[in-house]
Design a protein around this ligand. Structure first.
Ligand code: PLP
Length: 428
């Protein structure tokens, strides 16, 4: 039932408030978590994992299209490098806070080769324990109570929740088919722009699969400079692209560095989600602020993993192309299948996600519930990515073609189509 209850409804009902306060007061416990936590909805994928586990426990053969976690293993040359690195005892102690020289150098070489952007390895790069930690930490470096952040809606949930944890207020910038999933910067009210410290963008985009042009980045950098805002860009999917599309970097915009940080992740590109490694690039000033937070909270990424991370950055392009070709075939299977089922599907140029409208008259949560109950398929309800994601759902192309075909067959058998009626209403 957790999927059926939308996060916005959870918030409105103050569900978490009752849960945390009620129990403690009953027991007479004084210790209580910060009220900040009351503003944080349950983490979408923790809730989805619970649903999957419950269904599996009942012996149901669930097809999960919910979580964006690659289903194929880390490239073997990276695993080989890790074996060597872990046998070298010099990797076993604390790493340098900002990452090893070799790792930062490799990031700079990658930036040069990939984007033709010059980066100073000593001042403008930091190793990360996966990009998520830094995406959250950067808010603590810049945002104080009373200040705003500019966050796309829908978006990766961390931008909004980290704003709240830092005591700030997220101003949600709606994205959808009407604006090609690009926030309309001129529509941000002047007073909000003035009170904003930080804006997040993410292209190729999760959850929508949308992409941005370098022209758009230029506009965003200009906006950031005009209002003296830190522009953060989440590059988790920059290498996962199709049909010849090449994703740009903010730093290809002249003079972007002082106002920008970009967050790169090994997770999706090299099938390394479990390894926890990534890196940030940006101007010395914003980078130093991020480092102050990180130096006081974490102690760096395991040196052996950084060595494996260097091997990853040196992955031959053909290997990346092969992996992308696999996702592209899956994408094509699902684009064709959804079109057959009545959906008007745009073909995503990047990321392993498809973002689709739910059938008429249904909420995201209702549709997710129908998919699970009628077809044993788990999808991510769009409202989990923000209120403007209501009316959509996301699938991740992280199961093989045969399983995807099986999912399509199940949908057909269950009578699920874009023009279907709301079966929850019919049945009740
Ligand atoms: C997966 C993902 C991340 C997190 O990546 P890690 O490097 O594994 O922490 C960040 N942003 C977006 C948009 C993602 O989809």
């Amino acid at each position: 039932m957790l999927l059926a209850r939308s996060h916005s409804r959870l918030l409105r009902n103050n569900y978490s408030v009752k849960l945390s306060r009620g129990k403690e007061e009953e027991k007479g416990i004084k210790m209580k978590p910060s009220p900040k936590l009351d503003k944080i909805p349950p983490y979408l994928f923790v809730e989805i994992d619970k649903k999957i586990d419950a269904a599996k426990a009942k012996g149901i053969d669930v097809i999960s299209l919910a979580v964006g976690d690659p289903d194929t293993p880390t490239f073997p040359h990276i695993v080989d490098e890790m074996h060597k690195a872990i046998d070298d005892v010099t990797t076993h102690n604390y790493p340098p806070y900002q990452g090893t020289n070799d790792f930062r150098q490799a990031c700079c070489e990658w930036m040069k080769k990939r984007f033709n952007v010059q980066v100073d390895p000593n001042k403008e790069v930091t190793a990360l324990i996966g990009s998520k930690e830094a995406i959250a930490h950067v808010f603590f470096a810049f945002v104080d109570p009373g200040e705003y952040t500019l966050v796309p809606d829908p978006a990766y949930p961390v931008y909004r929740t980290a704003t709240l944890l830092a005591g700030g207020t997220p101003y949600l910038m709606p994205i959808g088919p009407h604006n090609n999933y690009l926030p309309e910067l001129h529509k941000i009210p002047e007073d909000i722009a003035r009170k904003s410290k930080l804006m997040f963008l993410n292209y190729p985009n999760n959850p929508t699969g949308a992409v941005a042009t370098l022209e758009y980045f230029k506009e965003a950098v200009e906006f950031a400079k005009k209002y003296d805002i830190l522009l953060c860009h989440d590059q988790a999917y920059c290498e996962m692209t199709y049909d010849g599309y090449v994703a740009p970097s903010l730093f290809q915009v002249e003079g972007a560095k002082d106002h920008c940080l970009e967050f790169f992740s090994h997770s999706k590109t090299y099938n390394m989600t479990g390894w926890r490694i990534g890196w940030a690039v940006g101007g010395e000033k914003p980078m130093n602020a991020l480092k102050v937070i990180k130096n006081n909270i974490d102690s760096g990424a395991f040196k052996a993993i950084q060595r494996a991370g260097i091997a990853a950055l040196e992955t031959p392009q053909e290997k990346i192309n092969e992996l992308n070709a696999m996702y592209q075939r899956r994408r094509d299977v699902m684009v064709n299948a959804f079109r057959e089922l009545g959906w008007d599907v745009p073909v995503p140029k990047a990321s392993f996600y498809m973002w689709l409208p739910v059938p008429n008259g249904m909420t995201s949560a209702e549709f997710a519930q129908i998919m699970l109950e009628k077809a044993d398929i788990v999808v991510a309800p769009g409202n989990g990515y923000g209120p403007n994601g209501e009316g959509f759902f996301r699938i991740a192309l992280t199961v093989g073609e045969e399983r995807l075909q099986e999912a399509v067959n199940r949908m057909k058998k269950a009578g699920i189509s874009y023009s279907m009626n709301n079966m929850t209403q019919i049945n009740s």
